[in-house]
Design a protein around this ligand. Structure first.
Ligand SMILES: Cc1ncc(COP(=O)(O)O)c(C=O)c1O
Length: 389
């Protein structure tokens, strides 16, 4: 009756079961995995956003597979501020970055072709590849004071059926931007092996250092699909609007755009109220991003002050994004630490294995929770690790 691609393991893991049990029992959980910005106490320009959803043109139906020009122009303007001069024809609106991945996977791959994606990284890639009948081949990021691509391994993992290399810039959860060297390496490999490059830049605006950052949307040497959207850029995951930027050598990019147009035309994924509101919803980033960046920095400073007094926990370098990785003493595995923190201290964290870390000592925490949650959670985490080491 059902497709094999939906034969996934659906049993809840021990951590989820414990979380449900604790919540049923009425325990107050300090959630260090919270990454939904609408639940983190930020001030949204509500009147302006709701007003934008009342655009009169939303009452008529004028389908455009890429999304209306007014909406795409606001995306062009967003990239112009980041040094990329784009044409509205390069932009395709989708309802989410996940959907954008599906469109690109459909565009590039026949069943059983493969895409190369980093590990550790965003767990949803496995599902997205499988739903589109593609094999996901992982290539490692290694840490030597910063995260970088293990180039020799990436090289050997490219197979004849590989269609694209995917990078996340900055990556979730490592918080690492792709270095200039790695960028050149990947582009060179794409050229040599006839691969497209897919770049997820949903966290691009959340740089936590002063290093200059460069968007891949301005890349024209190879065929590149740059993905982003409202969910992180404006802290609006519920509005369901994202985009693909197609760039590259003109003939190849033109071919990709006309094929993508047919995929987009088949779904016409974005609703009129949302795409008419996109310029205003995108402008909301000017109110949201300073608050979010302020929160990330405040929490990171607090964490570093508290970790300065502890020799048991170290944190990995973070370049940007909403997460930070902590290395705990190896007396327990990452899963055991997460279970112990939840059971004994009421602190919910993600074990590193959710993201496929090579070692078992890492936990991942979000920097987004308000300080009244983040700070006591860190105090409890430190106490728990001190006791359990
Ligand atoms: C790297 C990365 N890409 C994409 C997304 C999801 O974006 P969207 O809500 O637009 O599907 C996330 C969500 O956390 C993410 O971490």
């Amino acid at each position: 009756m059902f497709s094999e691609r939906t034969n996934w393991l659906r049993e809840a893991n021990e951590l989820t079961l414990l979380l449900e049990e604790q919540r049923r029992a009425g325990a107050r959980i300090l959630d260090l995995t919270e990454s939904n910005p609408t639940r983190c106490g930020f001030n949204y320009p509500s009147e302006r956003m709701l007003g934008a959803l009342r655009h009169p043109e939303a009452l008529s139906y004028a389908p455009d597979p890429r999304g209306p020009i007014s909406a795409r122009q606001s995306v062009v303007d967003y990239y112009a501020e980041r040094g990329a001069a784009l044409h509205p024809d390069q932009i395709f609106l989708t309802s989410s970055t996940s959907e954008a991945y599906s469109f690109i996977f459909r565009l590039l791959g026949n069943p059983q072709d493969s895409i190369l994606a980093p590990t550790p990284s965003y767990p949803l890639f496995d599902f997205l590849a499988r739903l589109n009948d593609l094999n996901l081949i992982r290539y490692p990021l290694v840490y030597d004071g910063d995260w970088r691509i293990e180039r020799e391994v990436l090289e050997t993992r490219i197979e004849s059926r590989s269609q694209a290399i995917l990078i996340v810039h900055p990556n979730n959860p490592t918080g690492s931007f792709t270095s200039a060297d790695d960028r050149e390496f990947v582009l060179e490999r794409c050229r040599a092996r006839h691969l497209a490059l897919i770049v997820d830049e949903v966290f691009f605006d959340y740089s936590l250092t002063t290093e200059p950052r460069s968007t891949f949307a301005k890349e024209s040497r190879e065929l590149v699909f740059t993905l982003s959207g409202l969910s992180k850029i404006s802290g609006l995951p519920q509005m369901k609007c994202a985009w693909i930027v197609v760039s590259g050598p003109s003939e190849l990019a033109g071919d990709a755009q006309s094929r993508l147009e047919l995929i987009a035309d088949t779904y016409l994924p974005v609703s009129a109220p949302i795409y008419m509101a996109l310029p205003d919803l995108l402008a909301a980033r000017r109110i949201l991003q300073p608050q979010i960046l302020g929160r990330l920095r405040t929490n990171l400073d607090f964490l570093d002050r508290r970790l300065a007094g502890s020799s048991l926990i170290t944190r990995y370098r973070v370049g940007g994004g909403w997460y930070v990785i902590l290395r705990l003493p190896p007396v327990l595995s990452d899963e055991e630490w997460a279970l112990s923190l939840l059971r004994d201290s009421g602190v919910f964290v993600h074990p590193g294995y959710f993201y496929d870390f090579a070692c078992e000592e890492n936990i991942v925490i979000s920097l987004l929770p308000p300080p009244e949650v983040f700070e006591p959670a860190i105090e409890r985490l430190l106490a728990c690790v001190e006791k359990g080491r």
